[in-house]
Design a protein around this ligand. Structure first.
Ligand SMILES: [Fe+2]
Ligand SMILES: [Fe+2]
Length: 497
């Protein structure tokens, strides 16, 4: 460093001397230097300030005549991190965020409580988007995307595996939000304070944007965990789990890896029994569920409206949106199942998961706007029950190529019918959902190509075969022929979105 500075000083000095403007002789320039320079030249090894008095005086004159008093920028140069240290830290943050997106995806099927499943769908995207922002910043800090995506940290993995070994959705919230979420938010705030506010301001902006999502997320989690405790979950057990995970995090030097390391706790749940994601979609006690058919009228046994009436199609559309709580499960699970295959696909899945969370919320509220208690309407579990244990490529093909494509086939005529009847509620919600589903169909193609090498035809056929098998096992179809595969139309109607 000292050598580099010396070199720089020699260079800048000779630059000023050679480039002395206006024909001022070299020795004259040296003689007219201010006293600052004389002082600094007395200290060996420092770089002299080579200022020409007439230029400095002229600058002061010009400044005097400048009439505008703009707000003073109080930021100062300096910070704790070099680019290399910044990169080391940001890469860990990126990795934590990517792993948290995947980890929450792994739990989507296994969270029973409706509100928690919805929030988790949103949080998956918050973590995915934080990872994207760090990834982008890292590419500006001398890292290639390939190297960023290939980064792994076995210690962080061990922590994530342990956090995933939660015994309940409430324990999951404790680990995700109260332990690692809070630690990351603190680390980001410290990084904002410690890094150079001028040279590294893009990192600061990136972290501020991430904290915009973190603040309401962590706040919600506090309320969510308190609701579990008020409802009878043991606060002491949660406290023990929190302490256990905090010690594990401390044993790897905290989120930055540079804190003093503590002894890891023992034993680890994940060492006794490695984490395996759930395969069964869970619902809380407020729901009355069915999976023996995909048809709402069949599930209710009784028709509310005539089969092909507008009223029936309208209610079916709104119920389907509420029941897209299963699409949170599908897309969330895919993130876990294809983890580390392709960052952009993980990110797109995370965004779709958030969209499906919104569709569920739209459905829930639209049912209320129609005068229903959303929980009085039975919840369809048929699709999620089939997709849960399935290989991701086929589950994705079903929900994307049949479900979402199927929605687009019928939604235009539904929106037209809503407009004709001046049905503002349906028109409003279906308008936004159409835009979302179009986006999903488009993004789905890229995601499927990461999941499988199968040709479109072979993928469709195998998907139909697997769903036939599943639907027959659930009793939605009777197998009355030796060779029988459900049609694309049946799938769109029964298990699609
Ligand atoms: Fe949807
Ligand atoms: Fe969708």
């Amino acid at each position: 460093m000292g050598f580099a500075r010396g070199t720089c000083s020699q260079r800048s000095q000779s630059f000023f001397q050679i480039a002395a403007p206006g024909g001022i002789a070299e020795d004259e320039a040296m003689n007219t230097n201010g006293s600052d320079q004389e002082k600094s030249t007395n200290v060996p090894g420092t770089i002299p300030t080579v200022s020409f008095e007439h230029q400095r005086a002229a600058a002061a004159e010009r400044t005097k005549s400048f009439p505008y008093k703009f707000p003073r920028d109080r930021r100062q140069l300096g910070g704790k991190f070099s680019v290399a240290e910044n990169t080391r830290r940001l890469l860990r943050f990126f990795y934590f965020e990517r792993r948290l997106m995947q980890a929450l995806g792994a739990w989507t099927l296994s969270i029973p409580e409706f509100e928690v499943k919805l929030e988790t769908g949103r949080h998956i995207f918050y973590h995915g988007d934080a990872a994207r922002l760090f990834r982008e910043r890292l590419t500006e800090q001398e890292m290639r995307p390939k190297a960023i995506d290939a980064f792994r940290d076995p210690e962080i993995d061990r922590f994530i595996e342990e956090l995933l070994s939660a015994n309940s959705a409430c324990e999951l919230l404790v680990g995700i939000h109260q332990v690692i979420g809070r630690a990351l938010a603190t680390a980001y705030r410290h990084h904002i304070d410690d890094t150079d506010p001028i040279t590294d301001v893009p990192t600061i902006r990136c972290m501020r944007r991430i904290l915009t999502d973190y603040e309401p997320m962590l706040e919600w989690a506090e309320g969510g965990i308190a609701a579990y405790v008020d409802g009878g979950v043991s606060e002491a057990e949660l406290g023990a789990w929190r302490w256990h995970l905090q010690r594990l995090l401390a044993s790897i030097g905290g989120v930055t890896g540079s804190d003093e390391r503590a002894q890891p706790p023992s034993p680890l749940r994940s060492e006794i029994k490695p984490f395996v994601r759930g395969t069964v979609p869970l619902r809380d006690v407020r729901f009355d569920t069915f999976k023996n058919t995909g048809d709402y009228d069949a599930a209710d046994v009784k028709e509310r409206f005539p089969k092909d009436s507008y009223e029936n199609l309208r209610l079916r559309f709104i119920r389907t949106q509420r029941d897209e709580v299963d699409a949170i499960e599908a897309f969330g699970t895919f993130i876990w199942d294809i983890r580390f295959k392709d960052f952009d696909s993980e990110y797109n899945l995370a965004r779709i998961t958030w969209d499906e969370t919104r569709h569920t919320e739209i459905g829930h509220r639209a049912l209320q706007a129609c005068g229903y208690d959303p929980f009085e309407l039975r919840n369809r579990l048929t699709g999620s029950t089939c997709r849960g244990p399935m290989e991701p490529a086929f589950a994705m093909a079903e929900i994307n190529l049949f479900g979402e494509v199927g929605v687009l086939k019928t939604i235009n005529s539904l929106i037209d019918a809503a407009a004709d009847r001046n049905d503002a509620l349906l028109y409003h919600v279906a308008d936004f959902i159409r835009a979302d589903e179009r986006t999903h169909v488009r993004k789905g193609q890229g995601i499927i190509s990461v999941m499988t090498d199968l040709e479109a035809k072979a993928l469709e056929l195998r998907t139909r075969e697997l769903f036939t098998e599943c639907l027959v096992s659930l009793g939605a179809f009777k197998r009355d022929m030796d060779v029988f595969t459900v049609s694309r139309e049946d799938l769109e109607h029964l298990v699609g979105e």
